[in-house]
Each structure stands twice: as structure tokens, then as C-alpha cells.
Design a binder for this molecule. Structure first.
Ligand code: ADP
Length: 291
């Protein structure tokens, strides 16, 4: 059954009438999926599609957006439905008109991200595994953050990098063994994280409010979210000022931020190859030298 026909079985308007897609056009901007805006003249949806094997990825993205919405902090698109149709998997989201964030919305983003990070639970991880880009992300619950970060984040990506032709395990193993040294005077708490908070995953709605989307959500050290905002830029100074005013950071963040961004650099090597492998190797050397 064609995808656009399938949507009419899952989406109804306020009167109960099925959604009848009349127009759709593809949009660019995403890294991983094909994306479309689909409308019937009254309602508009943002639809992502991928191959059949990505159905679980979309289910996890929908659950991640639900968790952000349940935190009643930042705006995120409401997931409408997800499934498989026409030989593809798909995810339908509320359509939100978005522009690049301004200083004002960035300050609000900082304040509200701090509020989201105050949503806590008793362990690190999440109920389901998800993806970071297209790479699997393991979220098996653990009591201990150092163990969680060492095994489910660093070792997972290091093993993948070796399979992708860049064996960094000897260096990586040294770093994993020394992880406790980064936490001698700092005790993290499980915080609700976006998990993939780079500049391309937030925008500003027509009311000037920030919107976050495309999460790789789990409960982890909040510094991991902050670190990623610094990796590729896209977060103006008012974001950091508002975050720090709402939820001050520990001084050791300056060192741990590199440790947390190592995960994303390894992931970029595993997704895109190229110079990210050498960058990860140099970063591991620097982190070991700093200890
Ligand atoms: P991918 O999963 O492929 O990386 P994204 O979720 O990052 O795709 O979305 C790609 C782009 O589409 C974003 O940069 C944003 O501009 C736009 N976008 C994402 N979600 C929505 C939405 N719910 N409504 C309108 N535009 C959106």
C-alpha cells in the first residue's frame, strides 16, 4: 500500500475524518533519512522515510520525542505515527515551521535544557536502545555512570571502529581503565538527555521559542549534552549563559567535555570515515596526557 494512502488509516482530523494527502514534497537537511512535507490543505505533517530495517529506529525516535514532551520543558514535534508501508519504514511528526535560532531563543533553550536535565531517574540508560545517526546506541540500564560510559559508549564505538578498519582499542582500553580519574571530585546524576544535541537539531518556531528534534535520548551525565553543543558550534553565547545561570557546571567539565565528545568523533568515523579516525586517536592521546 503506498505510504501516503497508509497515512489515512492512522491520522484523523478533529472531526474524525481521515487524512487524505493531497500534496507532498521532499525536503533536504537531514543526514540519515528522506524527509517530506505532506499536507491535505488543512493539516501538515513532517514525514521521514527509510528502508524497512529502520522501523525500530523510528519507533525509538518517536519514544524519545514522547519522553521530551513528557518532561514539559522544551518544545519538540509530537510524533503522530510510525510503521512500515510500501516497502519503507516511516515516522510521521507534527510539522513545525522552523528557522535558525536567534540569541533570544538560544537563551530560552539554555534555561529549558537545564530544566530538562533536572528530570532524573535512579540509573543510567533507557528502556530501549536507539541510534546515534544511523549507529546503534545501547542503553541497557546501569547503576554506575563510569561503567555505562566506558562500555556502552566508548567500547561500543571502538569495537565498531576496529571493524571499520581503524583499530584504536589499545589506546582506547587504556582510557577506559583510567575513566575513574576523570570523576575524582565530581559525582554525575542521571539526567534526561537529548543525546545528539548538535546545532542542526534545534530551531526556532514562529513564536520565537526553541524546538529540539531528532533525539538519541537516554539518561546520562548532563555534561555529555553540553559537550556536544560545543563540538560543531551553532549555539550562541546566551545559550551557555542561561544554562549556567539555571544549573551551574562543575569546573571539571572543561576536561570531561573532550571525553564526552570522543564518543561523537568515533561515531563520525564509523558513519563517515575519513579524518575522524585520526582525530579520535589524537584526542585519546591528549586525554591520557591530561591525567
Ligand atoms: P534526519 O533524521 O535525517 O537527520 P532531521 O530530523 O534532522 O532528519 O530533520 C531534517 C531537517 O528537517 C531539520 O534540519 C529541520 O530543518 C527539518 N525538520 C525536522 N523535523 C521537523 C518537523 N517536525 N517539522 C518541520 N521541519 C522539521
Amino acid at each position: 500500500m503506498p505510504l501516503w494512502t497508509d497515512l489515512s488509516q492512522h491520522i484523523t482530523d478533529a472531526t474524525g475524518a481521515p487524512f487524505q494527502a493531497r500534496r507532498q514534497h521532499s525536503v533536504s537537511g537531514g543526514c540519515i533519512n528522506s524527509a517530506y512535507v505532506v499536507e491535505d490543505g488543512r493539516q501538515r505533517y513532517f514525514v521521514k522515510t527509510n528502508t524497512l530495517d529502520k522501523a525500530a529506529m523510528f519507533a525509538a525516535e518517536a519514544a524519545g520525542l514522547q519522553a521530551i514532551l513528557a518532561s514539559r520543558t522544551l518544545r519538540a514535534p509530537h510524533p503522530i505515527c510510525h510503521g512500515v508501508a510500501d516497502g519503507n519504514s516511516y515516522l510521521v511528526l507534527e510539522f513545525i515551521e522552523m528557522e535558525n535560532g536567534s540569541g533570544r531563543s538560544a537563551a530560552f533553550l539554555g534555561e529549558q535544557l537545564a530544566a530538562m536535565h533536572r528530570v532524573t531517574t535512579s540509573r543510567y540508560g533507557w528502556d530501549i536502545d536507539n541510534t546515534i545517526g544511523a549507529t546503534s546506541q545501547i542503553n541497557t540500564w546501569r547503576e554506575d555512570w563510569i561503567h555505562f560510559y566506558g562500555e556502552h559508549r566508548l567500547r561500543f564505538q571502538l569495537d565498531l571502529a576496529a571493524r571499520n578498519g581503524y583499530p584504536l582499542q589499545a589506546k582506547g582500553e587504556k582510557l577506559i581503565n583510567r575513566l575513574p580519574d576523570f570523576f575524582t571530585s565530581y559525582q554525575p546524576h542521571p539526567a534526561l538527555l537529548h543525546g545528539d544535541l548538535w546545532g542542526g537539531n534545534w530551531g526556532e518556531d514562529p513564536q520565537g521559542k526553541p524546538v529540539i528534534f531528532d533525539p538519541a535520548l537516554y539518561y546520562g551525565d548532563r555534561e555529555a549534552d553540553l559537550a556536544m553543543t560545543e563540538l560543531f558550534g551553532g549555539f550562541p553565547p546566551p545559550f551557555y549563559a542561561a544554562y549556567a545561570a539555571a544549573y551551574p557546571l562543575d569546573a571539571g567539565y572543561a576536561t570531561r567535555k573532550d571525553l564526552y565528545n570522543l564518543y561523537h568523533i568515533l561515531n563520525h568515523f564509523n558513519l563517515f570515515g575519513g579524518g575522524y579516525g585520526g582525530q579520535a586517536a589524537r584526542l585519546i592521546d591528549r586525554l591520557l596526557a591530561e591525567l
